[in-house]
Design a binder for this molecule. Structure first.
Ligand code: NAI
Length: 331
């Protein structure tokens, strides 16, 4: 029995995590959930959105499945997601984007892995108001974090038999910060002569991604570009409802969907649980429960092939109906 921290999140978080827990349980996975609350709803009771008990639970169990949590825009508390990644030093955010059977998109040959640095850049939260008309935000890029994420990308390429790592920056403008990130990637690339190395500026990268995505293999990016570009790559395979991700650190791993708490569809039984489910599948593989992971993937694809889909990917099924169909297909 493996103990896994489960953070149900807010917005659509509780609906999709309920769906995913039911499906994972139906697969026969040997898991004991350590359920932890965090986010908007927790502030009233505990005064903070990310209580220490949540961090302690993940540190103890070493693995977590996390549903999305709302971050107020322009004011209020710092993002729980950013805090969690920082506290647990989850330095690599891995977002694989590969076409999914039966989900029609503009391109049918997308197979890109976005490796996003997860701990610094503009997400360091170092902002100050200089006067009523001026605000400063500090972009932190360090050699240590840049070398570490570049090495992760190349190791990933070796482990999963990929051909190329492409570093994405705006080093022509942010000469010192992105320049350092690029310099570190170049340095690490020399240690992996078997993997092709490519450099691209982020604006050109976005244009190329929407014109000809199959030219890309692994992308490694600083935090902000990684956040933005991975939503773009999610769009290439069917949107945010299907994009999975993993936050990996030296000691712990937190698996979550790429999307946010989708307040616009909260509580309407409309949310697609697939992104969190596929993140859960990766979590099962991470803890060695491959058989159960495969069972879920097969049942999911069978469900999609039978035409049962949520609205965001062209169907009309409610979250609960989609969940039931997957469970029935696990048999
Ligand atoms: P969002 O990803 O929540 O939603 C963007 C659009 O995609 C919305 O129209 C939404 O309905 C749709 N969508 C997202 N997930 C879906 C799903 N599973 N099924 C069907 N449709 C789905 O992004 P938004 O609106 O910018 O952010 C909402 C909140 O989520 C913000 O507070 C943001 O900070 C937070 N957020 C949290 C993340 C996390 O917990 N890891 C990641 C990204 C955003």
């Amino acid at each position: 029995m493996t103990k896994v921290t489960l953070i149900k999140g807010d917005g659509i978080g509780p609906e999709i995590s309920e769906s995913v827990v039911k499906i994972i349980e139906a697969s026969g996975a040997d898991i004991e959930w350590d359920i932890q609350t965090a986010g908007l709803d927790v502030i009233e009771k505990e005064g903070v959105p990310l209580p220490q008990r949540v961090i302690d639970s993940i540190k103890k169990n070493k693995v977590a499945l996390k549903a999305p949590i709302t971050t107020p825009i322009g004011k209020g508390f710092r993002s729980v997601n950013v805090q969690l990644r920082k506290e647990l030093d989850l330095y690599a955010n891995i977002r694989p984007c590969k076409n999914i059977p039966t989900i029609q998109t503009r391109f049918d040959n997308v197979d890109i892995v976005v490796v996003r640095e997860n701990t610094e850049d503009l997400y360091a939260g170092l902002e100050e108001k200089i006067d009523d008309n001026t605000a400063h935000s500090i972009k932190i890029i360090t050699r240590a974090a840049s070398l570490r994420i570049a090495r992760y990308a190349f190791d990933y390429a070796v482990q999963y038999n990929r051909k190329e790592v492409c570093v994405v920056t705006k080093a022509n403008i942010c000469k010192l910060s992105d320049g350092l990130f690029l310099e570190c990637a170049r340095e690490i690339a020399k240690e992996y002569p078997q993997i092709k190395f490519r450099e691209i500026l982020v604006d050109n990268c976005c244009m190329q991604l929407v014109q000809n995505p199959s030219q890309f293999d692994i992308l490694v990016l600083p935090n902000l570009y990684g956040d933005i570009v991975s939503d773009l790559t999610a769009g290439l395979i069917g949107g945010l409802g299907v994009a999975k991700s993993a936050n990996i650190g030296k000691d712990c791993a937190v698996f979550e969907a790429v999307h946010g708490s989708a307040p616009d569809i909260k509580g309407q039984d409309k949310a697609n649980p697939m992104a969190l489910l596929l993140s859960g599948v990766e979590m099962l593989k991470h803890i060695g429960q491959n058989e159960q992971a495969e069972k879920i993937e097969k049942a999911l694809y069978k469900t999609l092939e039978s035409g049962i889909k949520t609205a965001d990917i062209g169907g009309s099924a409610k979250c609960s109906e989609f969940t039931k169909a997957i469970i029935d297909n696990i048999g």
